[in-house]
Design a protein around this ligand. Structure first.
Ligand code: FAQ
Length: 336
């Protein structure tokens, strides 16, 4: 199966091939596994097995790219928001997502990979980012649904990451989760206003929910049995809760909220299962998921083109910032 892990070069110079570790390195690795798995926090300067470093770069960079690409479907609506209040909120939310991307790129850089390498992987189409951002935002209701369901799913997935074993990632996630929580509530509030409006507005909300429901469930990744990274990520304390368990938590929470909102989800199998204490739900179309992940979703090409264009058009800004920095060294840099 295609995996980005194979595409990311070993970041730090001199990092040995994990399959060829000498015996003392193997013992070091075993001790590390035990510490990381038992809740100890690993910092950037600590020794870590090459495979731990590699999977963190993989996950954190994918996460950063998702935040940045995730600005695009919402940016599409800034000029068409229905009021000044909604436009201001949307602008602030998009700006927050940009900030999340930057914290996450900074966290990835602590692992020895450069931002240029990460950007190059995104722009060449090698790097993954969340499947969800390859779907179009067709109406204003889609923006509410992105806040309610997409940010809602993101929070459920990301709160456990605040306790992940890698310190710089865990600390970035604390602030990100607080902001995502505001995003989720503003999405719900926007949809509630529409649900209290005209029949056409209510129909628009239901239509958006119908289109986003299944792609949102896919955000949590493949079933646990098909999740090739879960075993090691769980052992190392990067992943605290499995893909399927987080997906179930999300379905249970979303069902309760949908009743308040007055919308339904497009799944005839959704029903309370008293024996399990959870909602049952229908099968996910994994062919669609992999199709989108592998670059063939409805908006993959458009999203990448937009990012590459932004990078190229921003060249003069980067050049000006570098020229300014060269003329005015930061005090700490000048003193060093
Ligand atoms: N899309 O072995 P697993 C947001 C890939 S941020 C694309 O289970 P893992 C904020 C996976 O990378 C949303 N690819 O992988 C916002 C792997 O391929 P690889 C992003 C996916 O890492 C809101 C392969 O499938 N959040 O929404 C997806 O253990 C609104 C096998 O999967 C994060 O990134 C997918 N949905 O678990 C912004 C959170 N799922 O790398 C704007 C951090 C799986 O081996 C507006 N990430 N794949 O080539 C994670 O928690 C994990 O990486 C998972 C996947 C749970 C996403």
């Amino acid at each position: 199966m295609y995996t980005q892990s194979l595409d990311i070069p070993s970041p730090a110079e001199g990092v040995p091939d994990p399959t060829a570790l000498p015996l003392d390195e193997l013992a070091r690795s075993a001790a590390f596994n035990e510490r990381a798995g038992s809740g100890e926090i690993v910092e950037a300067k600590d020794w870590m097995p090459p495979a731990y470093r590699k999977t963190l770069i993989r996950q954190i960079s994918q996460h950063a790219h998702s935040e940045i690409v995730g600005m695009l479907p919402e940016g599409n609506w800034v000029t068409r928001a229905p009021s000044l209040k909604r436009k201001t909120i949307l602008l602030a939310k998009i700006q927050d997502e940009g900030g999340h991307g930057l914290y996450l790129y900074a966290a990835a850089e602590t692992l020895g990979v450069s931002r240029d390498e990460l950007q190059a992987a995104l722009h060449s189409g090698k790097a993954k980012y969340s499947s969800i951002f390859n779907y179009p935002t067709l109406t204003w209701a889609d923006i509410g649904v992105v806040g309610w369901l997409v940010d809602g799913a993101a929070i459920i997935n990301q709160v456990p990451l605040c306790r992940c074993s890698y310190g710089p990632y865990a600390r970035a996630m604390v602030r990100i989760c607080r902001e995502e929580s505001f995003h989720q509530r503003q999405g719900f509030d926007s949809l509630l206003a529409m649900m209290q409006g005209t029949p056409a507005q209510r129909a628009m909300v239901q239509d958006a929910v119908n289109r986003w429901w299944w792609p949102v469930l896919m955000m949590f990744g493949p079933h646990d049995k098909d999740s090739q990274n879960s075993e090691l990520s769980t052992k190392w304390g990067i992943k605290r809760i499995s893909n399927d368990d987080l997906r179930q938590q999300f379905v249970d929470a979303a069902m309760a909220q949908s009743e308040v909102l007055g919308v339904s989800f497009p799944d005839p199998h959704l029903q309370w299962n008293a024996a399990r204490g959870h909602y049952d739900f229908g099968p996910i179309d994994w062919a669609e998921f992999w199709n989108v992940v592998n670059g063939h979703g409805p908006c993959n090409r458009e999203r990448l083109q937009a990012r590459v264009a932004a990078w190229e058009e921003g060249e003069w800004v980067r050049a000006a910032a570098s020229a300014y920095a060269a003329k005015h060294p930061a005090p700490a840099r000048a003193a060093a």
